[in-house]
Design a protein. Structure first.
Length: 148
């Protein structure tokens, strides 16, 4: 018995270096319920599935700037200056989570298909704190595949 540890993972996103990722949650799925009425009873069956958004936190160093990397992804879907929106082929990406074993081997792999930034929070500043700046992203995606 060897448990998977929360600190042994690598998240791969095109354009964002993996070492900037501080925290992330694994995918989760929710199913709608369909109610079937029959005389005096109700029965239920599974309805449509919804993959819930994934939230993760990035460190924001001076170089390479995580804020700049995030804004480059945002601009693929929406350009603030011109108001232009992009096609989904531009801004949707594939994201991979690799859970590592004790010797660095990949023991679990998730692939999130069709990811796009639903929410980007660039954090706050505080003169009384000596903590690193962080960015929180919420990714919406079409579906997830547990490869192994």
């Amino acid at each position: 018995f060897e448990p998977k540890l929360k600190n042994r993972y690598v998240m791969a996103i095109d354009g964002i270096p993996a070492y900037l990722i501080k925290t992330a949650n694994r995918p989760s799925i929710t199913f709608e319920e369909v109610e079937l009425n029959h005389m005096n009873v109700k029965r239920y069956v599974k309805g449509k599935a919804t993959w819930e958004p994934v939230e993760f936190t990035l460190y924001d160093p001076v170089v390479p700037s995580a804020a700049q990397a995030v804004m480059e992804w945002v601009r693929l879907g929406h350009e603030s200056v011109t108001g232009r929106d992009g096609y989904s082929d531009f801004y949707k990406k594939e994201v991979t989570f690799n859970v590592l074993g004790p010797v660095g081997d990949v023991v679990e792999e998730w692939t999130l298909k069709g990811c796009w930034i639903q929410d980007a929070t660039f954090g706050d500043f505080d003169f009384s704190m000596s903590e690193p700046a962080e960015i929180t992203l919420t990714l919406r995606y079409d579906y997830a595949v547990l490869q192994f």
